[in-house]
Design a protein around this ligand. Structure first.
Ligand code: AMP
Ligand code: MG
Length: 422
């Protein structure tokens, strides 16, 4: 059944083989990813977070009619005074949604509201604050420019122009844009189906009695949250016991129903860790051990059409590896053309950060401004990889790269804000 066993060069076939650097692991992962090709049409009210499957060409000009940018008076540019001021006769009003039907001739003006169509003959709008009206005439001073305060037809978007490009993730602005074009539906890629399960004999579900030495399963819930925010369809396959047969059965079932499977726990080298072994027997393990902390044991494997991520059991390690591997991987698989590179910022470390060379370390931290307005970053509480609190309080990671060693307070470090991540 084994198509390919663990390649010892790929980040560790044995417990003592060298760790794969983070960037190399990511590169290999990107090389193994496929993309969802099925397309479906959904209504724009169901399209938030979905991925645009084809270019959307605007069926109309935006704005659809030449209109006023503010409340004022529509006039002819020829009638603007060069010096002194000039009185024009008011011949009617153009309302938003109810245009003035006539034409503006020399010496005439039309009262106009924001968004109302420009009457024929007029090409300029004078703001109401800059004019004086007695109801029958309006008096306008010098200093105006022909064409001012007018929004031209098609100025924002011309009919036939690409309004949204394929591969874009639909956010609220895009939903509004589609609606503004009169489009009620959009072609999007099928949602990515992701199955998740936790492994561990010690795990219990919230609500169950907690006997001796048991632990409530939190990983399925952080994963559920992060996947939901990414727009994936989540299949929760519960808790799996620490036996080879149970893990194998869970991997096979999940692989049969999902595009991606994510497990947590059981991926290191303990007596009760079967994930890596089972994967090696069922498919190709692309990498297994990566030089990062937290999160070192992380298995990435290909099983026929399904990709498998075996994350470590520690709750913080699950979130760190999700941010560093799964988020960019899943966005690509979902069809996002340009999964925005995670923005790195620079900030000053508020305290000393212990670090060993030879691996990338992620501190959970709070990025804020100090009294002088400078960006500083302060680590959150205890950093043990089981301490979810450190993640909950944090708003960013401090990333200390492979070659870096312990940094002292006051050093400038790389920061990856969570904002916009998942
Ligand atoms: P493992 O990677 O299976 O050796 O697990 C490492 C640590 O993470 C152990 O202390 C586990 O009890 C804990 N752990 C594993 N899975 C979960 C989970 N789903 N929720 C909370 N803690 C977990
Ligand atoms: Mg375990």
């Amino acid at each position: 059944m084994s198509r390919q066993s663990v390649n010892p060069e790929l980040g560790g076939g044995t417990p003592d083989s060298p760790l794969l650097p983070l960037e190399e692991a990511r590169r290999r992962m990107y090389g193994a990813l496929g993309r969802i090709e099925e397309v479906e049409r959904v209504s724009i009210s169901d399209a938030l977070g979905r991925i645009c499957a084809e270019d959307v060409v605007s069926p109309i000009d935006v704005p659809g009619h030449t209109n006023s940018a503010l409340d004022g008076y529509a006039v002819r540019g020829d009638d603007l005074a060069r010096s002194g001021d000039k009185a024009l006769e008011l011949i009617g009003t153009s309302w938003a949604g109810k245009s003035f039907p006539g034409e503006v001739s020399a010496g005439e003006a039309v009262r106009i509201m924001t968004g109302a169509a420009m009457p024929r003959g007029a090409d300029t709008v004078v703001a109401q604050e800059q004019a004086e009206s007695d109801g029958s005439h309006v008096r306008i001073g010098a200093g105006h420019r022909r064409g001012q305060n007018v929004r031209q037809v098609g100025e924002d978007l011309a009919r036939g122009e690409v309004a949204l490009a394929a591969g874009l993730r639909l956010m609220p602005a895009e939903l509004g844009l589609l609606a503004s074009l009169g489009l009620g539906q959009i072609a999007v890629r099928r949602r990515l189906r992701v199955a998740i399960f936790s492994t561990g004999d010690e795990l219990r579900d919230a609500g169950e009695p907690r006997e001796d030495a048991t632990v409530y399963d939190s990983n399925r819930f952080t994963l559920h949250g992060m996947l939901t925010r990414l727009g994936a369809e989540v299949l929760d396959r519960g808790i799996v016991r620490d036996t080879r047969d149970a893990v194998r059965a869970a991997v096979l079932t999940a692989a049969g129903e999902a595009d991606v499977v994510i497990s947590s726990g059981g991926v290191s080298t303990g007596e009760a860790d079967f994930v890596q072994d089972v994967l090696a027997g069922l498919g190709e393990v692309v990498f297994w051990r990566v030089a990062i902390k937290p999160g070192r044991p992380i298995a990435f494997a290909r099983l026929a059409d399904t990709l498998f991520f075996g994350l470590p059991g520690n709750p913080v390690a699950v979130m760190v590896t999700f941010y560093q591997f799964l988020q960019p991987a899943l966005l690509r698989m979902m069809g996002v053309a340009d999964p925005r590179p995670v923005p790195l910022m620079k900030a000053v470390a508020a305290s000393r950060l212990e670090k060993r060379a030879g691996r990338t370390e992620f501190y959970r931290a709070v990025l804020e401004r100090d009294e002088r307005g400078e960006l500083v970053v302060r680590r959150t509480g205890r950093q043990g990889s089981g301490v979810l609190h450190s993640m909950s309080e944090a708003n960013c990671f401090v990333i200390l790269p492979d070659d870096c060693e312990t940094v002292e307070a006051g050093t400038t470090v790389d920061v990856q804000p969570f904002f916009g991540l998942v």
